[in-house]
Every structure is written in structure tokens, then in C-alpha cells.
Write a protein that binds this ligand. Structure first.
Ligand SMILES: *[C@@H]1O[C@H](CO)[C@@H](O)[C@H](O)[C@H]1NC(C)=O
Length: 269
């Protein structure tokens, strides 16, 4: 008896601490993030938890943006099938644009998986893998007519797996020169990247430089070059995808480029 008591006390204290952690986090469980999801596309399903945010049939944020910096995610090709990822999914922005199949398990759920794009972040410690989905994406996992009923559950378990991103035939990678860019500061957002979806390195070559210069990851899907020597267009951009493939968009940004402007490339993975 005498030796049992301290163990009981320890267990009680541990349970109390766990209950307190749940209370402080304001969620129904607490978990550190799982290992980063990679591009091995092994097809295996992993468990996650999911919530939803924004309007019930919206794209997540009310401004149709998100922490990747991609705008109009309510429109095709994203079409509101979007999600926040926690760290192993969003990867501080390097997971932006990556694609997942998800399927839930409560009675309202269809057995048919749906596809979502990571376009926003939520590092809430809800589960090792956590999707905070747009209302549209969350509801779309339901059987026909049960979208609202499924959304009323608020938080659910689901299974997910990384899948190659697919776009309509002919969709090429698109660059957006961000607001505030100038000859000494060039910020470029990349989107519509097929297969891996996400970019882990971007390099720049301006008219005056014979060599590729690495750009720095700025935030979300935005990469930047800061330079004391004014950059002179046209600019070529070299992309490295998460699985290590590279592609070059030669002279994709013209000599007379403008900030806050979209430039279409003729490249795609
Ligand atoms: C997971 O991704 C984050 C964000 O890119 C990175 O900082 C971290 O080092 C990665 N972890 C591992 C184990 O690769």
C-alpha cells in the first residue's frame, strides 16, 4: 500500500495536467504536430482531425485569401476546396498549394474522398495532423443533402493522404509580382503548380546577371529578392519542386514589368 500511493498521486497529477491542457487550448484534445508529410505519394491513409471556418459554403477566409497569399481561392481551380494545414501540412508556407485527398468517417460522410488544396495555416494543437477546412470543403465530404448536418458536427476525425495536384489540361504555372515590388525588392508569388503543388526553392536571373541568384522564401507562396543593384527585366525564374525537380520559365517577367500583376508561364511540372 505504502509504495502504491505515490504512483496514484502521480497519475492523478498527470490526469489533472492533461485536463488543464485541454481546457487552456479550448479544444477536445491536445497533440504535438506529426512528422512533415512528404511527396512519396505512397497512397497510405493517415488519421487527422478536421474543423471548418468562415462561411458554411465559403472558401475559408472572408476575403478569399489565406496565409499562402493566394487570392480568389473561391474561384477555379481552387473553387473553395481549400484548407488550412498545421505545421506538417503548411510547413511554414512551403506546403502552400499541395494537394490532399480527405474522407471522413461519421454516418453523414460519403465514402468518396474529396480533394483539397492547402492555401492557409492553422497551427492549433488539435491533432498531429489537422485540417481547418473551408465550409465548402468540409460539407463536400457529406452524402448528398447532408452537408449542413455534417458541418454541424464542427470537429470530426478524417483520413487523408497526399496526392499529386492535377489541373485542367493546358494550365501552366502562374507568377504574381506582388504589390510593393521595385527594382531593389522583387516579391513573386507562385501558383497552379501541378504534381507536388509546392515549391521549395525559387531562383532568379535578371537581364544583367549571368548566374542564377537564389530567392529567399518570404511567406506563404511568396519568394523575394533583395538587391543593392537594381534588377533589370526580363526575369527568368527557376523553380524547384518539393520532390526536387527543376523547371525554368525563361523571361517570364518582361522588361517593363509592374507590381501587382499576373504573369503566365509556359511551363508546368
Ligand atoms: C518540417 O517543415 C518545417 C517547415 O518547412 C521545417 O522547418 C522543418 O524542419 C521540417 N521538419 C522536418 C523534420 O523536416
Amino acid at each position: 500500500m505504502g509504495s502504491l500511493m505515490p504512483n496514484v498521486v502521480v497519475v492523478v497529477a498527470a490526469v489533472a495536467a492533461a485536463v488543464l491542457a485541454v481546457h487552456v487550448a479550448g479544444v477536445s484534445c491536445w497533440a504535438p504536430p506529426g512528422p512533415n508529410i512528404t511527396t512519396d505519394y505512397n497512397g497510405r491513409w493517415l488519421p487527422a482531425r478536421a474543423t471548418w471556418y468562415g462561411q458554411p459554403t465559403g472558401a475559408g477566409p472572408d476575403d478569399n485569401g489565406g496565409a499562402c497569399g493566394i487570392k480568389d481561392v473561391n474561384l477555379p481551380p481552387y473553387a473553395a476546396m481549400t484548407s488550412c494545414g498545421n505545421l506538417p501540412l503548411f510547413k511554414d508556407g512551403k506546403g502552400c498549394g499541395s494537394c490532399y485527398e480527405i474522407k471522413c468517417k461519421v454516418p453523414e460522410c460519403s465514402i468518396q474522398p474529396v480533394r483539397v488544396f492547402i492555401t492557409d495555416m492553422n497551427y492549433g494543437p488539435v491533432a498531429p495532423y489537422y485540417f481547418d477546412l473551408s465550409g465548402t470543403a468540409f460539407g463536400s465530404m457529406a452524402k448528398p443533402g447532408l452537408n449542413d448536418q455534417l458541418r454541424r458536427r464542427g470537429i470530426i476525425d478524417l483520413d487523408f493522404r497526399r496526392v499529386p495536384c492535377k489541373y485542367v489540361a493546358g494550365q501552366r504555372i502562374v507568377f504574381h509580382v506582388e504589390e510593393g515590388s521595385n527594382p531593389f525588392y522583387l516579391a513573386v508569388l507562385v501558383k497552379f503548380v501541378a504534381v507536388d503543388g509546392s515549391i521549395v526553392q525559387m531562383d532568379l536571373k535578371d537581364q544583367a546577371s549571368p548566374e542564377w541568384q537564389p530567392m529567399r522564401h518570404s511567406w506563404g507562396a511568396v519568394w523575394r529578392s533583395d538587391t543593392p543593384r537594381p534588377l533589370k527585366g526580363p526575369f527568368s525564374i527557376r523553380l524547384t519542386s518539393e520532390s526536387g525537380k527543376t523547371l525554368v520559365a525563361t523571361d517570364v517577367i518582361p522588361e517593363k514589368w509592374q507590381p501587382n500583376t499576373v504573369y503566365n508561364s509556359n511551363i508546368q511540372f
